[in-house]
Design a binder for this molecule. Sequence first.
Ligand code: FES
Length: 143
Amino acid sequence: MSGIPSAARRTVLKGVALAGAAGLGAAACSTESKLGHAQTPTPTAPLDLGDPAAVPVGGSKLYREQRVVVSCPKKGEYKAFSAQCTHAGCELDRVEGNEGNCPCHGSRFDTTTGQALKGPATAPLPAVPVKVKDGKLIAGPDA
Ligand code: FES
């Protein structure tokens, strides 16, 4: 047929199959690297989040651009957490009630405590200092 002895042909085919599998592995790694886990999980400078009234009393608000989630357990009291998932570093995409959702693998977090409610993430969201200063909600260091 092709002139290549069948044993040699099988070896070549095996090599092609292994190279293909290795290629898939590399593709999976490069997909993971696009998930955004290169940044630090908590702010390195104070963040102005604007009017504190944007966070509903008894609820939470996700500040996607600033990568923090803030809850307000009672009027005038705030808690903030990193919005970076502790599984592989994706950003939370939405908050429903007081649960933050990670779109990458489905982890859910309690936005009033930071605790992981549903895996694969098991570690809590890191807490971020937060306070009201001059009528604005400020999160991050020195808050
Ligand atoms: S990165 Fe959030 S669940 Fe995997």
